[in-house]
Ligand binder design. Sequence first.
Ligand code: ADP
Length: 326
Amino acid sequence: MSAIKCIGILTSGGDAPGMNAAIRAVTRSAIYNGMTVKGIYRGYKGLITGEVETFNSQSVSNIIQRGGTILKTARCMEFKTPEGRKVAYDRLEAEKIDALVAIGGDGTLTGARIFAQEFNFPIVGLPGTIDNDLFGTDVTIGYDTALNTIIECVDKIRDTASSHERLFFIEVMGRDAGFLALNGAIASGAEAAIIPEISMETDQLSDMIETGFRKSKNSSIVLVAESEITGGAMGVAERVKKEYPQFDVRVSILGHLQRGGSPSAQDRILATRMGAAAIDALLDDQRNVMIGIQNDQLVYVPFSKAIKNDKPINRELLNTLRIVSM
Ligand code: ADP
């Protein structure tokens, strides 16, 4: 018998489609294994303020198809202080919660890692972020849905773009990672992507324009990853206006619609597998690991690795995009 009788589950940081599918899988796998499940609302904030509710199997009915997170999410500054984390720990003790499953991005897992070390408390993390920027997992929950949303938007922008002679810069999310921009560009047939990973080594804008970009085209679409490093779509457009005034430039910032919507089949399956694996990990005495997926195999990635290492971009994709956009 596992020493873990009761688990708490929370979602924190930026929300991502598929978080509900993960909550459902964690809850039902835990119940299947004889554990009690407590849902903690608003991430670490709810741990501090005591927004905790016991979940049964029906608590997570009819949510697999819903975007967002039924547990809500929040950013919690108090959890960044030792005093705040002590209040959170006392709450877990009072609720008799023996282990936590935390679903979120880099910040959420950083908080989980610090807390787990400070109080020797078992936590398993699930990578829930559209940015796909966690090391040790090929993909994160929400990434596929966001990519699909992006290509749907780019398809629509292309319809209007091709009626004029214009250069469109479309900004997509990703924080300091270019996965959404690069794969979004490939999947939507965009002409190029401007991503932070290679911003320091090459001037992507001038490369693009000077290698004959747009020679034979009516209009061109370039996906730009949001980031101070790329300057975002506005920053790139400003440069074009100054350095290449012959272009008629337009900017579109996709913004928060990229986070919304019903999760794709891929995200639902990924979240369900990862959610079940989180309970397996706890039963297996794993602690302070994130569940990842590599070559379709579920793996345990220590928090330290998932957070600290930069996930590399696949450079082959850059070359492929260059070839097919000619
Ligand atoms: P995401 O998980 O999407 O990256 P954030 O970066 O906003 O989102 O982090 C979510 C929450 O995780 C923060 O509001 C905070 O409560 C907690 N957190 C982030 N970084 C730390 C840290 N260094 N120490 C403790 N808690 C942290």
